[in-house]
Design a protein around this ligand. Structure first.
Ligand code: RUQ
Ligand code: CUA
Length: 650
């Protein structure tokens, strides 16, 4: 049997590679392809070895795939409304998308990061930043639901986020666009010295709750990316910054003038201590803090006011700048915490800094300059080494935990493997095409899993069947277990994955929730069995507590609703079984359907506009009699006296 499968696979692979021969060089065909196909093949009914969480970029969400297969497992709605489940449409979840600017139905999600304990991925939560309306979200990896979103005031373009320290003490957020702080009406051309680049530090409690502890009021450069120190460098955070020129027009030219920009090295432990002892100043800043409660199945949004702002010059020995060539992007720390890799986008070399040397330079006050009162360390005396001419346009680096680093090069379109010992290039593989980020499961922790590497490419072109002008971005999976990287497969992603986070599946799998306990449901409009189903009127507001079970609604016939009413359908799914959702939709609703998980209650609002008898139905094919899962609402004229009546099986 196995032989037969192998043969079939070889044949398929052979056909594939002969058909698309123009994209793949000749040595990829034949027997080699068969073995590659086997490496990514997950037989029907079997599970992938890793979960990979891809940011959706402008989709605002996260998509989950399995590795090595690349099969898409789920899309988790985070910052964008999602009609597939009703997230952001249902009465319970609208509050998740509330901000100080009001309801924002969309976001630009960039960098997911999984919580850690002792520097290792623990699979409790995944965090992700939103760039446009600065926010951070926390998603439970038991339910795969977004549980919390916190907005970041005084910030603009939250890009250097949402990276987690090694015991999930803090998560950071940067300000990609320098802005007036506090915001005010002023001429743009006066930005120099006037705009600021606050860095936000959000603490994470034992139960995951986020709290905006303080902001560090940095000079008005663009803070692009960040990573926490680990092991020996735990307690520090490193941020790349560009536009130290503080230009505001024709940025592609004017922000590329300085030979060097900076990496900001921030001792957050020192600052947290300073704040704990009453340091910093309370300044204004309005932000929303949204929390989803798993018991009531309902989110609440609280608007908060005020934040502790810390002047970096006031905390002795806490903030330094390290010069780095040419508009850096990625800022990555190796598993030992010794090396900090800065990727100067316009530089031909890759600068690697040594944490010990940095500390020595700080102790010796080996400063070459200061920038707005922040000491600038010497480039030469903090440098561990340089990877010379590795490629063009370096963006991001990940690590395999075996002494190697892997850097993406956007312009030369390749992934380059180099040694953390000798800084020599060991291998290079082309990407198809123009790779942005890359991900090694656990590559951003003390213990990377080191088996696979995923390249997240920006340009897809001819990799798949054409789908009009827009193609999904392409990911590529490499086997990195040997000396040389081996390209195994291509698979499409969704939105624009800027980063991904991967984790061994068994860490999450065993804790994954199968359904919500009905007995623990504390939703104010829950109906825990059919006898609790009812319809109540309060003026023109009608609340319908409705239950679902295979395969009917209770009640399924409702009369006495009037034009101009505001009707709330509170649907409780009575099922207590894995993977049996029921859906609900009704004609003329100005919102989406809702998908209700077993044991959960969800609400949609319907405002009937015309008299008549209007059907509703279950949107999820739940049983052989799913098509029978329907009901009617009779809507009478505004001034009619049709009595309120509801039935199930009269
Ligand atoms: S990140 S690759 Cu480099 Cu936000 Cu997009
Ligand atoms: Cu319930 Cu279909």
């Amino acid at each position: 049997m196995k032989k037969l499968i192998n043969y079939a696979l070889a044949l398929v692979a052979l056909m594939f590679f002969t058909n698309c021969g123009d994209n793949n060089n000749a040595k990829n065909s034949g027997a080699m392809s068969a073995s590659k196909a086997e490496q990514v093949y997950v037989a029907p009914g079997e599970h992938d070895e890793y979960y990979a969480f891809f940011s959706g970029g402008y989709s605002g969400n996260i998509t989950v795939a399995g590795l090595p297969s690349g099969r898409m497992l789920k899309e988790i709605p985070v910052f964008s409304q999602f009609p597939t489940s009703g997230y952001g449409y249902s009465e319970e979840t609208k509050a998740m998308l509330n901000t100080s600017f009001g309801f924002v139905p969309w976001g630009d999600a960039h960098h997911p990061d999984i919580s850690q304990t002792n520097g290792e991925l623990d699979g409790r939560w995944i965090f992700i930043n939103e760039n446009n309306t600065p926010r951070i979200a926390r998603i439970s990896l038991a339910t795969f639901e977004t549980e919390e979103i916190i907005e970041l005031p005084n910030s603009a373009g939250n890009h250097a986020s949402s990276f987690v320290t090694e015991n999930t003490e803090y998560i950071v957020a940067g300000t990609r666009f320098a802005v007036p702080n506090p915001q005010r009406d002023m001429p743009i051309s006066d930005m120099k010295g006037e705009f600021k680049g606050p860095l936000s530090f959000v603490s994470i409690a034992e139960d995951g709750r986020m709290n905006l502890e303080f902001q560090l009021n940095m000079p008005g450069f663009n803070y692009d990316l960040a990573h926490p120190g680990r092991n020996k460098s735990h307690g520090w955070f490193f941020f790349t910054s560009y536009n130290t020129e503080e230009a505001n027009t024709l940025m592609e030219v004017n922000a590329s003038q300085n030979d060097k920009d900076y990496i900001a090295a921030v001792n957050w432990q020192k600052i947290a201590e300073y704040v704990k002892n009453g340091g910093g100043k309370k300044v204004s800043g309005t932000y929303a803090h949204n929390i989803y409660d798993e018991k009531t199945h309902t989110a609440t949004s609280t608007i908060k006011e005020g934040v502790t702002m810390v002047d970096p010059r006031e905390v002795e020995g806490a903030v330094f700048y390290i010069p780095i060539p040419k508009s850096p992007h990625g800022c990555d720390v190796d598993p030992s915490g010794q090396y900090i890799v800065g990727s100067g986008k316009l530089s031909t070399d890759l600068s690697v800094y040594d944490f010990d040397k940095m500390i020595t330079a700080i102790d010796n006050k080996d400063f070459v300059d200061n920038s707005y009162g922040i000491p600038v360390l010497s480039y030469e005396n903090t440098l561990a080494g340089v990877v010379t001419q590795p490629g063009l346009g370096p963006l991001h680096t990940e690590f395999d935990g075996k002494g190697n680093a892997y850097t993406t090069f956007f312009i030369s379109s390749e992934v380059v493997k180099w040694s953390l010992e000798t800084f020599e290039v060991l291998d290079r593989q082309p990407t198809f095409y123009s790779v942005g980020h890359l991900m090694i499961p656990g590559g951003n922790s003390r213990k990377p899993f080191g088996k696979y590497l995923v390249a997240l490419n920006k340009i897809t072109k001819d990799r798949y069947l054409p789908t009009g002008p827009e193609l999904e971005h392409s990911a590529q999976l490499y086997d990195i277990s040997g000396d040389k990287m081996e390209l195994l497969s291509d698979f499409p992603t969704h939105g624009e994955p800027h980063y991904a986070a991967g984790i061994r599946a068994d860490i999450i799998k065993k804790k994954s929730k199968k359904y919500y306990e009905l007995s623990e449901n504390e939703h104010p409009y829950v109906a825990k069995n059919e006898s609790e189903a009812k319809v109540t009127r309060n003026g023109n507001e009608v609340h319908i507590r409705m239950t679902t079970i295979r395969s009917h609604f209770a009640p399924d016939n409702i009369e006495g609703i009037k034009v101009g009413d505001k009707v709330y359908f509170h649907i409780t799914n009575l099922e207590q079984d894995f993977d049996v959702p029921h859906g609900f939709s009704i004609i003329g609703a100005n919102t989406s359907e809702i998908l209700v998980m077993p044991g959960q209650t969800k609400t949609i609002v319907w405002e009937p506009k015309r008299e008549g008898v209007w059907p509703f139905y279950c949107t999820d094919f739940c049983s052989a009699l799913h098509q029978e899962m329907q009901g009617y609402v009779r809507v009478s004229a505004k001034n009619s006296d049709t009595p309120l009546k509801y039935t199930l099986d009269e």
